[in-house]
Write a protein that binds this ligand. Structure first.
Ligand code: NAI
Ligand code: 3PY
Length: 326
């Protein structure tokens, strides 16, 4: 094998770690390893890189004439699967598997907050009002419908079940039901499942199929006291339709870590919709220590596999936008 040039664009706070550098040198002893900040990657540098580990600016990728493989730090690959972004023949791998454990905590936290009416009490607290909403609910006895049963969806399902809830999973393709699900269906059954769910969670990649999947029609099939949680990509939900449904009391509440568009414009009515929690795409940051440790393990696994001539893990299917064979 020719000598390879590997460029690491690690997040702030992780790039200087000598222990990690030593581990990477051990995996690729004959390669040239370059550690560089995203905004310092210029045309000359990227032109000689064979393997890039990071989240490069898309505009620079057209100069990556020797690039063979791009390993992302993110689970979502949507920014890099658009036609013309990656030079032809480049293998794209993502970091799915790194985020489910932490993001499922965000999801549990937001579901509990909504079931227990915390947004209402937060508003009351600002007014110094000691007043019950009379609406407190618990996971026990409720049904969650998990749409997007990959790493994040399945970690959430396990935790919801452990809290005593019933969990229905929805997959693209048929498969065997794991123990942490009560029921498993394919996505074409969504319309008949939505009226049964107290909690609907979305952990979907952004693809043509998922674009505005949750618009007026699907939202209209949800119970009026159900809550919707979206942590995948904002594009899975029609934000205007959701906003209207929340104001009209057609569903009880929503927790959105991702929105369409991002950033959510300051004047969008959904900011002030009843029982709505909005966070700025923070549920699965790759620069959060625990997440980055898992991302780093994926990087090491894949580099070892590359130099052992084995098939990489987490190869993104450029036609579907997420992990191959999923
Ligand atoms: N908010 C945040 O900070 C983060 C968001 N994400 C987003 O979450 C998404 C999911 O991440 P992972 O669970 O790690 O990925 P994953 O690849 O393990 O799971 C995605 C699942 O969605 C399923 N899917 C795709 N289209 C579908 C459809 N039309 N109907 C039903 N299921 C469908 C796939 O079969 C797959 O099982 C990522 O693609 C990314 O966009 C990921 C990490 C952090
Ligand atoms: O990993 C992803 O897809 C993310 O959105 C991280 O923020």
């Amino acid at each position: 094998m020719d000598k390879k040039t590997i460029l690491f664009d690690f997040p702030e706070g992780f790039k200087a770690d000598e222990i990690r550098r030593a581990k990477l040198r051990g995996i690729a002893p004959d390669a040239e390893l370059i550690f560089q900040d995203n905004n310092e990657i210029n045309q000359d540098l990227i032109a000689k890189v064979n393997i890039l580990i990071g989240m490069p600016r898309r505009s620079i990728l057209k100069y990556a004439s020797n690039l063979e493989w791009l390993q992302l730090l993110s689970a979502g690959a949507d920014l890099y699967t658009k036609p013309g972004v990656l030079p032809d023949g480049v293998t794209l791998t993502n970091a799915t598997g790194a985020y489910g454990k932490s993001m499922s905590e965000y999801m549990i936290c937001s579901v509990l907050s909504l079931l227990m009416d915390f947004p209402h009490y937060r508003d009351n607290q600002r007014q110094h009002q000691w007043k019950s909403s009379g609406k407190s609910r618990h996971v026990l006895g409720t049904t969650a419908l998990v749409v997007g049963l990959g790493n994040i969806g399945s970690e959430f399902a396990k935790r919801y079940k452990a809290l005593g809830g019933k969990v229905i999973g929805v997959k693209r393709t048929p498969g065997e039901k794991p123990d942490y699900l009560d029921e498993l269906y394919t996505a074409d059954r969504l319309d008949e499942l939505l009226p049964r769910a107290d909690v609907v969670t979305l952990s979907l990649p952004s693809t043509g199929e998922t674009q505005h999947l949750f618009g007026k029609e699907k939202i209209g099939l949800m119970k009026p006291d159900a809550v919707l949680v979206n942590v995948g990509r904002g594009t899975a939900v029609d934000t205007d339709a959701l906003s209207k449904a929340l104001y009209a009391g057609k569903l009880y509440g929503a927790a959105l870590d991702v929105t369409d568009p991002e950033p959510l414009p300051a004047e969008h009515p959904i900011w002030d919709a009843p029982n709505t929690i909005i966070t700025p795409h923070i549920s699965g940051r790759w620069d959060a220590r625990e997440n980055f440790e898992r991302v780093f393990e994926i990087i090491c696994t894949n580099l070892s596999r590359y130099f052992d001539n084995k098939t990489l893990i987490n190869i993104v299917d450029l036609s579907t936008g997420y992990k191959k064979n999923d």
